[in-house]
Write a protein that binds this ligand. Structure first.
Ligand SMILES: [Zn+2]
Ligand SMILES: [Zn+2]
Length: 261
């Protein structure tokens, strides 16, 4: 039987629930990030002028992804540093062009002995300066973030759809490791906006899983804290050894996961 796109997405969600030690959507985010970084360094993508143009237009990458891309060169799975160098050269050229433009305007201003800053006057200059100095704007445009955000939306919708369509899946999900709080909030937003067949049941399954996992994490944290005290110091740490990392990922999402406002 041929796998439809919907089936593939469903399988991915189930895989995320099975393989992850926490939020399945964080698992898929992280996996997608690793895969996409490698893909971006393949010759096929690097040599595509249209794609490189997109990267330049975005002003390059956010801090996280610029560094991750650099590390991926040494990961062994990608050709070499050529692709990275091509991206960096394009971006360097664009920034140089923008700065030269500002420099030119400054010297024109000196000549006409006007003391005001040039970018306070022309909209075009403001944009050029913004592109250089506005870190947040650059993060909003990072092509890797963009890809991760759109995949995340697709996975979120798939999960909500599965919860809406299938009672057995709702039962399975209720006793799963649940969603991290950022993904839980996003799922609630989707339920709020979209017309579902069984909204109450979907919300209940999500909340049941959250509460069960919050209770577990709180218990593990309490045990961890208790065993730090002098009188219980000889007791071995068991499952609670992971209390901090479980709490971190559950409350804030996996490292690098940040969801669009
Ligand atoms: Zn998550
Ligand atoms: Zn990014």
């Amino acid at each position: 039987m041929e796998m439809t796109e919907k089936n593939i997405l469903t399988v991915r969600i189930l895989e995320g629930m099975e393989k992850s030690s926490g939020c399945p959507l964080c698992y898929l985010w992280t996996e997608c990030e690793e895969r996409y970084l490698k893909h971006m360094l393949t010759n096929e993508v690097v040599m595509d002028p249209a794609f490189r143009g997109k990267v330049v237009a975005a002003g390059g990458f956010c801090n996280r992804h610029a560094h991750m891309l650099y590390r991926a060169i040494h990961g062994g799975d990608v050709e070499d540093g050529l692709g990275y160098a091509l991206y960096m050269k394009d971006i360097t050229g664009k920034i140089m062009e923008q700065l030269s433009h500002l420099q030119e305007n400054l010297s024109n201003n000196f000549k006409s002995s006007k003391s005001r800053m040039p970018f306070h006057r022309k909209k075009r200059d403001t944009t050029a300066l913004d592109n250089i100095i506005n870190y947040d704007a650059r993060r909003q445009q990072c092509p890797i973030c963009e890809h991760l955000w759109s995949m995340n939306q697709i996975y979120l919708h798939t999960l909500v759809q599965m919860l809406d369509d299938d009672e057995n899946f709702r039962i399975k999900f209720s006793s799963s490791k649940g969603l991290c709080l950022p993904h839980f909030a996003s799922a609630m937003q989707i339920i709020h906006i979209n017309k579902l067949k069984n909204p109450i049941h979907v919300v209940k399954a999500l909340i049941d899983a959250e509460i069960k996992n919050l209770q577990l994490i709180e218990h593990l944290l309490s045990e961890f804290i208790r065993k730090q005290s002098w009188e219980f110091r000889d007791e071995h740490l068991e499952e609670e050894v992971n209390a901090n990392i479980l709490a971190l990922n559950f409350l804030f999402g996996a490292e690098g996961v940040y969801l669009k406002k």
